[in-house]
Write a protein that binds this ligand. Structure first.
Ligand SMILES: Cc1cc2nc3c(=O)[nH]c(=O)nc-3n(C[C@H](O)[C@H](O)[C@H](O)COP(=O)(O)OP(=O)(O)OC[C@H]3O[C@@H](n4cnc5c(N)ncnc54)[C@H](O)[C@@H]3O)c2cc1C
Length: 316
């Protein structure tokens, strides 16, 4: 049997204290994929880890999961949305907002891209929408069967972020980092989400995969109570009394349909995965899922745009 079978199955077959290790790994897959080990193909997880590097540094589990020296090390002051906002500023009027693409048709020597705000003619087009959203576009001629099958079988992860704001980061007084993982309750992975210039403390919980299925579907009040209880079990009773609580559920996002990325269930990668970057006539594909480094991350999204742009330039 090749490695395109459930990651959870592999974990249980190859680890001592399999149950404990699976709990531990779930605290990585739920925030990292919005999924549990049994929903993920082992081959996909290996690919994801191998992608956590670059042209000169090999990808490792540590680079993917660690804070110091790993993917969680740096934050954007002002939030990561500054990246697209700054880029949009430079592009000016070429950025069309509130213009979802509904149809892409090949015409003589080019493409016509239909949006709610009009039609754009171009020689080539790069589509960077997440897989499920691509399926919502009417392509003429229709997409090849292999690509359609891939898009149909890729699922978005299920993930939400829950933040509790406190007067100050009280956990630091006890020498605690604000990072925690747990094998039960609503908070399986917590981070210190402190914003430097306010002085307030913020604890962040990722609620993903089966934990999302359990708590993401509850009322706000029930989920808030469960999340605060989770923080309290890690950092003490003070966590039960935030001055504010906020949350965001990516499964409700119309234009992404979940997050942090699309996931491959067992069997999908070996059957259809090779279609992920193959251009279809004058249509090229970008988006983090198409990247060979840091797929699933913003870095991968940027790299995919550079690769697709190079493809287009080569064809001119
Ligand atoms: C909770 C959470 C935490 C994360 N944390 C991190 C992190 O710490 N570090 C990190 O690097 N990454 C993180 N990510 C992942 C990161 O957000 C993604 O990898 C990145 O946003 C992918 O970029 P993208 O351009 O491929 O897709 P997206 O950012 O999803 O952009 C796709 C765009 O396509 C648009 N679109 C969809 N359909 C259409 C249509 N029909 N017409 C026109 N436009 C359309 C959407 O509106 C959207 O703007 C996180 C994600 C989530 C959900």
């Amino acid at each position: 049997m090749g490695p395109d079978y459930p990651f959870g199955e592999w974990l249980r077959a190859h680890t001592l204290n399999a149950q404990g290790v699976e709990h531990l790994i779930r605290a990585w897959t739920q925030p990292g994929f919005g999924a549990d080990p049994d929903q993920l193909s082992l081959l996909f997880v290996l690919h994801y880890i191998a992608c956590s590097g670059n042209e000169t540094t090999v990808g490792t589990f540590e680079r993917n999961s660690d804070t110091a020296g790993g993917a969680q090390e740096s934050r954007f002051v002002g939030g990561s949305q500054r990246v697209p906002l700054e880029l949009a500023k430079r592009l000016g009027r070429r950025v069309a907002l509130r213009a979802p693409v509904t149809r892409i048709a090949h015409v003589d020597g080019g493409v016509r891209v239909h949006t709610r705000r009009g039609v754009v003619k171009a020689r080539r087009v790069i589509v960077a929408a997440p897989p499920k959203q691509v399926l919502g576009i009417d392509f003429a001629p229709g997409l090849p069967a292999g690509r359609r099958a891939l898009l149909q079988q890729l699922q978005m992860g299920r993930l939400m972020k829950c933040d509790a704001v406190y007067d100050k980061p009280f956990w630091r007084d006890q020498g605690l980092t604000g990072f925690g993982i747990s094998d039960n309750g609503a908070v399986r992975a917590a981070f210190d989400n402190h914003v430097a210039d306010t002085g307030h403390g913020v604890l962040l919980a990722f609620v993903g995969g089966s934990t999302w299925a359990q708590y993401g579907t509850r009322s706000l009040a029930e989920r808030r109570a469960a999340v605060l209880q989770g923080f309290a079990s890690m950092f003490g009773e003070k966590a039960l009394r935030p001055i504010e609580y906020a949350e965001h559920d990516w499964t409700r996002e119309r234009w992404t349909g979940g997050g942090p990325t699309a996931i491959y269930a067992p069997g999908v990668m070996t059957t259809h995965g090779h279609h992920i970057r193959t251009p279809f006539r004058r249509i090229h594909w970008a988006g983090t899922e198409t990247s060979t480094y840091w797929t699933g991350y913003m870095d991968g999204a940027v790299r995919s745009g550079e690769r697709a742009a190079a493809e287009v330039l080569e064809k001119r």
